[in-house]
Design a protein around this ligand. Structure first.
Ligand code: ADP
Length: 336
């Protein structure tokens, strides 16, 4: 279900390869066009300036937080600001130490390697990464058992930017190798509006203020979703022959997509309704919830829960998930 959700912040691999060009064209490439996340930008500006003055590579950086909030975009921005080359890979794509070694040895001093979903790196690969990050060296083992031999290779002095949706899944030794760790926050409605106006200009359409506000309210405060909604609304505006996206068209589209005024879609409402109707509001364990939703635990924890918690519709307790009074009010259900 999550892959097809218009409000899913997940950049599914399939969708990614299909949408790559589209997302890239909307991706901010410098600090000026990267809206929001002011604290992160301030920290990075200082670090970048210092690294440039010392003519050294930038410290390794770990960015974490829900998908679609701008981790890959920030890697692009950092590369631009450092005048560095950016290479992008992901944890699951690096299957063997040999893959990691060939990836790293192809880089040059000062390059930046972005590893998305870094928490999904295999254990042995993660361990090889330690020396690569610390000493810019990698050990490759030949053979197995007592006769195994290792050879040490020098690597270029690069910066690793790791991205993860879950720091909890990252081992402490790996986390410790990053000099800068930063959590990306949900955006404000005002920031999402600015992002919508910027994206609309790139897509050569205009959007009225009231329409942008309405889309921002229903975007789960996530740029990827805001952009996705914008494209859907643009389709409707095109079909109607409108020059500019107006409020009525925005509302009609959002209603057609069944996205309500809190940005919840059918799946979110089903979660809340199920906890209320079948579990009397909770508590309910993650396993039971996943089973009911026919989703895996990770999808529930990474894609549904963070926003539902952010807007105060569910809470996590030691005994399980419970829905809040706000959820009852939102769904117009009387609490008994
Ligand atoms: P993540 O890597 O965290 O999943 P991305 O960096 O891929 O998120 O962001 C998804 C899309 O959202 C980008 O293609 C970009 O268009 C938009 N976006 C994200 N952050 C920002 C931002 N701060 N300013 C403008 N657009 C943004």
């Amino acid at each position: 279900m999550s892959v097809d959700r218009i409000v899913s912040p997940k950049d599914d691999d399939l969708i990614k390869s299909f949408n790559q060009d589209n997302e890239n064209s909307l991706r901010p490439k410098d600090f000026k066009s990267y809206i929001g996340q002011e604290k992160l930008k301030r920290t990075l500006k200082v670090s970048i300036k210092a690294a440039k003055m010392r003519q050294e590579p930038l410290d390794h950086i770990l960015l974490y937080g829900p998908p679609g909030l701008g981790k890959t975009s920030m890697a692009n921005v950092i590369a631009t600001e450092m005048n560095a080359q950016l290479k992008i890979t992901s944890g699951p794509a690096i299957e063997r130490i040999g893959d990691l070694a060939s990836l790293l040895t192809k880089l040059e001093d000062g390059d930046i390697l972005f590893i998305d979903e870094i928490h999904r790196l295999g254990r042995n690969i993660e361990e090889s990464l330690y020396s690569a990050m610390e000493d810019f060296k990698i050990d490759i083992f030949f053979g197995k058992g007592p006769t195994a031999e290792s050879m040490r290779f020098d690597l270029p002095k690069i910066t690793i930017i790791g991205a993860t949706t879950r720091t909890g899944a990252l081992s402490a030794p790996l986390r410790d190798r990053f000099g800068i760790l930063h959590r990306l926050e949900y955006y404000t409605v005002d920031e999402i509006q600015q992002i919508l106006h910027r994206s609309a200009a790139i897509l050569h359409i205009s959007i009225e203020e009231k329409a942008a506000y309405e889309l921002a309210l229903r975007s789960r405060l996530t740029p990827r979703i805001a952009n996705r909604l914008l494209k859907r609304v643009r389709d409707y505006a095109d079909v109607k022959g409108l020059k500019s996206i107006d409020y009525d068209t925005a509302i009609e589209t959002l209603n057609l997509l069944e996205i309500d005024d809190m940005g919840l879609d059918h799946g979110d409402r089903l979660i809340l309704r199920t906890i209320i109707e079948s579990y009397n509001g909770g508590p309910i364990g993650l396993g039971a919830l996943s089973a009911i939703m026919s989703e895996d635990n990770i999808t529930i924890e990474d894609f549904y829960e963070p926003y539902l918690m952010q807007v105060g519709l569910i809470e996590r307790t030691p005994r399980g998930r419970i829905v809040t009074n706000k959820a009852y009010t939102h769904l117009n259900i009387k609490k008994d």
